[in-house]
Design a protein around this ligand. Structure first.
Ligand SMILES: CC(C)(COP(=O)(O)OP(=O)(O)OC[C@H]1O[C@@H](n2cnc3c(N)ncnc32)[C@H](O)[C@@H]1OP(=O)(O)O)[C@@H](O)C(=O)NCCC(=O)NCCS
Length: 186
């Protein structure tokens, strides 16, 4: 299985069919979906579609969300990283969105920030992207904090399926100048 990055406490690797159980645990929890439209997954078949979608992104765009593995336990704890968005969103199209979603027992340990820092470094240094975007529900303070700590600034808000969403942006230039030293690996 391809490993994309490693941090002090985490391994970031490709998502595989074998992650079905972990992803189901993640996405069937209503708390996880509190700011994501309150529509947790009910069936494993939905997870199989998610895995198929992510793996298709690897093929089509060379990137997609990564599995996050806790080194100490070897456990799958969620996902993090880039999604290529090729449908118009808040007036933007064909851009890279950084995101993360962790199983609830792993919240509050700094894992979202740690994994997302590595994903940004990969995006700017390895993929040579010039801009990264992010989205957060306006009440999802945990996620807003993560994106802000990474250097993504809120550029506006928009409505998506009745939810009010912040749109965040970080340029590669700004990251190189101000945030690249936060990189937790290499
Ligand atoms: C959002 C999420 C990824 C945060 O993960 P995490 O590993 O707990 O985040 P971190 O530990 O890296 O913490 C990030 C910062 O936010 C703060 N924070 C975390 N949850 C918070 C909350 N509910 N309210 C306020 N602050 C919060 C932390 O204290 C930390 O700040 P600090 O470093 O200044 O102390 C996690 O809660 C999650 O998976 N939620 C469900 C899915 C989701 O909402 N994903 C994001 C969609 S945009």
């Amino acid at each position: 299985m391809k490993i994309f990055a490693e941090t002090e406490r985490l391994i970031l690797r490709e998502i595989a069919e074998s992650d079905e159980e972990g992803l189901f645990r993640l996405d069937s929890n209503p708390e996880v979906h509190r700011y994501l439209g309150n529509n947790p997954v009910k069936e494993k078949s939905q997870i199989r579609e998610v895995i198929k979608f992510i793996r298709q992104q690897y093929t089509d765009f060379g990137i997609g969300r990564w599995a996050v593995i806790e080194k100490e336990s070897g456990n799958f704890i969620g996902w993090c990283g880039m999604k290529y968005i090729n449908e118009e969103t808040n007036g933007h199209i064909n851009f890279h969105d950084i995101g993360y979603r962790l199983i609830q027992e792993y919240w509050g340990k700094g894992y979202a920030t740690e994994s997302a820092k590595a994903a940004l470094a990969y995006a700017f240094r390895e993929m040579k992207l010039t801009d990264i975007y992010g989205m957060s529900h306006v009440e999802n303070q945990g996620s807003i904090n993560v994106l802000t700590k990474l250097g993504l600034q809120i550029t506006g808000t928009f409505e998506d399926n009745g939810l009010l969403i912040n749109f965040h942006h970080l340029s590669g230039k700004h990251w190189e100048n101000s945030f690249s030293s936060l990189k937790p690996f290499h």
